[in-house]
Design a protein around this ligand. Structure first.
Ligand code: FAD
Length: 396
């Protein structure tokens, strides 16, 4: 009898695995919170009002077509590794081979007040919430003079925080013009714990990105850590505090806590430790990929939580499942870094591909190219055309 394969999560990793298994005519069950896949790497665009949130989602049925591929819209609650059972809100699913691809969510690291007083950006629903809050605040301020200020603070100078700030530096001035408000009425501040933003890009590009943000009116508060937040202020390690009507925390991510609770070996951020075949250490029937996995390279580096890593791991885990299906030998996973592009709003970006750097619109061309390549990988022109016809309901 052929093994029952269950994939948890239809993000960049889980979907790459599912697409590869379909190609090889291998049946699987894919359990995902939503009936759609969303472009998490573009959430800042949705939060910054570039397009409606729905634009960043694509129905899973437009990507996966085989009758043998079972798609379940449900939320995973618990993994029972001993009995090989996945418990969800609505039922339970037994597996012979499991692929964990549940991604990550924003981590607040126990910093008091963040969960209550900060927005986060880690799903379509949170992106929509940020956009609606900012639009509403500007409209209300223009009408009533309330809230007291239109200050926006983003904490975290990694890719998420920087791309979001780039977008807001474009969005907020548009709202000011729309409501005939003066630029004195508002302020954008990016708080970051180190002296330079974008730790994963070359130093020269960091400098360009910092300069560009400042040129667009963003105040950079560097070498400052957020230690708490309450209704009135954001508290900093230096003892200073900031007032902001909109506070967005992008200080780091962690994998879902259910992975720790399942008894699998995890690191301090709930990421499951995997071997070079992407199997969970001590559990050869379970694979973990993407933001949910802790993979150490031969250089002793832990792979970062990026879409690029997740996609490559997803495809590789599926390749190994295909090998096992045919009783063949698995291959070790080797990550290929294809570079990084950070957008700083709709008209400017910085990119690093190997030793080559690009800035401005050239960097954005690279980003648009990779967006298009990804959409084509999801289903080619047919999926692209269908995508423009459908309206997807965004859920929490
Ligand atoms: C604003 C922003 C910009 C980014 N920009 C880039 C970039 O430019 N380049 C890059 O490489 N990376 C970027 N990233 C990081 C990248 O988005 C993630 O690393 C990537 O999405 C991880 O893929 P994944 O498949 O592991 O998880 P995800 O894409 O997060 O997918 C996880 C899936 O599991 C589902 N799920 C979660 N919990 C449950 C549950 N309990 N039950 C059922 N389903 C569940 C989720 O709904 C989701 O569909 C960015 C991230 C953000 C937030």
């Amino acid at each position: 009898m052929q093994p029952k394969i269950v994939i948890l999560g239809a993000g960049y990793g889980g979907l790459a695995a599912a697409i590869h298994l379909e190609k090889h005519h291998i049946p699987f069950t894919l359990i995902n919170k939503h009936s759609y896949h969303y472009f998490k790497t573009l959430l800042h665009e949705a939060a910054g009002g570039r397009h409606d949130a729905q634009t960043y989602a694509i129905d899973l049925r437009d990507i996966l077509h085989r009758k043998t591929s079972v798609m379940v819209k449900d939320t995973v609650r618990e993994l029972d590794i001993r009995t090989k059972t996945v418990w969800t809100e609505a039922g339970c699913y037994e597996y012979d081979k499991l692929v964990i691809a549940l991604g990550s969510q924003t981590a607040t690291f126990g910093i008091p007040g963040l969960a209550q007083h900060a927005f986060v950006l880690d799903s379509l629903a949170t992106a929509k919430a940020i956009r609606e809050h900012i639009e509403y605040s500007f409209a209300r301020y223009a009408r009533t003079g309330e809230p007291k200020d239109l200050k926006i603070v983003v904490a975290g100078g990694g890719l998420t925080g920087v791309e979001l700030m780039g977008e807001l530096a474009d969005f907020a001035p548009k709202l000011l013009r729309q409501h005939q408000l003066s630029a004195d009425d508002f302020e954008l501040t990016l708080v970051h714990g180190h002296d330079e933003i974008l730790p994963n890009v070359h130093r020269d590009l960091r400098q360009v990105a910092m300069h560009k943000l400042q040129e667009r009116g963003v105040k950079l508060l560097l070498g400052e850590r957020v230690t708490g937040a309450n209704e009135a202020e954001i508290l900093l390690a230096s003892g200073k505090s900031l007032h902001a009507h909109t506070f967005i925390w992008t200080g780091g991510v962690e994998a879902p806590s259910l992975l720790r609770e399942s008894g699998l070996p995890v690191d301090s951020r709930n990421r499951v430790e995997v071997n070079t075949y992407l199997q969970v250490k001590g559990h050869p029937d379970v694979f973990a990929i993407g933001d949910s996995a802790h993979f150490t390279t031969s250089d002793d580096d832990v792979l970062p939580p990026t879409g690029q890593v997740a996609e490559q791991m997803g495809k590789h885990a599926a390749e190994n499942l295909v090998q096992l299906w045919h009783s063949d030998t698995m291959r070790e996973f080797v990550y290929h870094d294809h570079g990084m592009v950070a957008s700083l709003g709709p008209t400017y970006g910085v990119a690093e591909v190997g030793h080559h750097h690009a800035t401005g619109t050239a960097a954005l061309v690279l980003k648009d190219g990779s967006k298009m390549k990804y959409l084509m990988h999801l289903g080619g022109p047919i999926a692209l055309l269908k995508k423009h016809k459908q309206w997807i309901e965004i859920e929490m």
